[in-house]
Ligand binder design. Sequence first.
Ligand code: FES
Length: 144
Amino acid sequence: MDARRRAVLTAGAAGGAALMTGCGSSDGGGDTESSPASTPATASPTVGGGTELARTSDIPVGGGKIFKERKIVVTQPKDGEFKAFSAVCTHAGCLVTTVADGTIDCPCHGSRYSITDAAVEAGPATRPLPAEKITVSGGSIRTA
Ligand code: FES
């Protein structure tokens, strides 16, 4: 009788240990959080809400620049006039790769968009690139 009672107690303790192990493993998996050096969130000041995309001097007049990682293309159709559009082609979703001769060009099937308003200049795309909001101030182009 005594041995049987001990067996029940042991099982109960094991169950408790299992529960604790479950608990411990859920908040003990901190390996992925242990590298604080990998967050460059403080790289740019947060004035104006957006992050800096480029300096105005980075964008050629009559041309533009593609920011692949942000999926944004910024153009300067006329001196001092900056525009920003999505860099995702409206045809089938490739990223545009070139800004040349007044157009933003997609390498996948040859669509070309105007640097002025992203209107389709050559298909197969049928819709313009969506506009992106930017603010330009003090030589800095920021996402809005
Ligand atoms: Fe750009 Fe087809 S995805 S032209």
